[in-house]
Design a protein around this ligand. Sequence first.
Ligand SMILES: [Zn+2]
Length: 308
Amino acid sequence: MIMAFYHPGFVAPIGERHIMPMRKFGLVAEQLRSHPNVRLEEPASATEEQLRFVHTSEYIEAIRTGTPRELAESQKFPWSADLFPSVCLTNGACVAAARQALRDGMAAALASGFHHAHADHGEGFCTFNGLVVAADTLQRSGEVKRVAILDLDLHYGNGTAALAESRDYLTALSIYGSDYWGNKAYVDVTARRHEDGANHFSATLPRSCDGKRLNALLDEHLPRLFERGRPDLLLYQAGADPLCDDPYSPLALTHAELLERDRRVFDFARQHALPIAWVLAGGYTRDVSKVVEVHVNTFHAAASVFAI
Ligand SMILES: [Zn+2]
């Protein structure tokens, strides 16, 4: 059985016309309800103490109160009083999935990982960095010693990379579509490269990258997650936006190739007996069913690799 953490309160009111398809999380949950190997569970909200492991008090206050407005909307969502409880729930789901993975070997949060969020501000629709909030929570409680983060969203995980610098216990790898900054139609994602460091690395996917090329890059780079010592947990940002149909994506990756990507990642975790928790990142096709299909396929990949 795969535990998937979801709460209807994940959805913040950002307006119907925002490119971020908030309703996808509910649609994925709806499809998973009939999946024989998935159990949906409601997570607890992340606590303020957990948020403070990663984020500055000033930034947390801005998200809670809406003041200063520029900071409260730095992630490019219109601020409302509903924003804070919704992002506490989505971050809580990341913590719950990470903890559940330690018990079951795998688990998921039907929320984003929020890899663009920095300690003192948000970017690219990411408010609080759920990946690092989850990692810090389990590391500080002694449940894990080392954590690895694998980011296969189309976009570079700049917030995670910046936060990794002061966290020796963390190893972060971002394999991303290389030239999305040229995509002028969607300049709302402005995240910039962060210099690779001792415990955070990156690799780029070339324009028109297909599954074969992606798999070769995965085989080459996944072992790097073990370079600095064996992690106790792998957090996987399973982005849907590398899909060829995505308006941001310059890549040629099909649904079948993204399914194979996920199989490879789960197979890597299984071979190393490495607990894995994943989140549903990215995905902006106008036809939201295409995004939902990528995310549901990640569950199919997990079920097949772990034979459940
Ligand atoms: Zn993305």
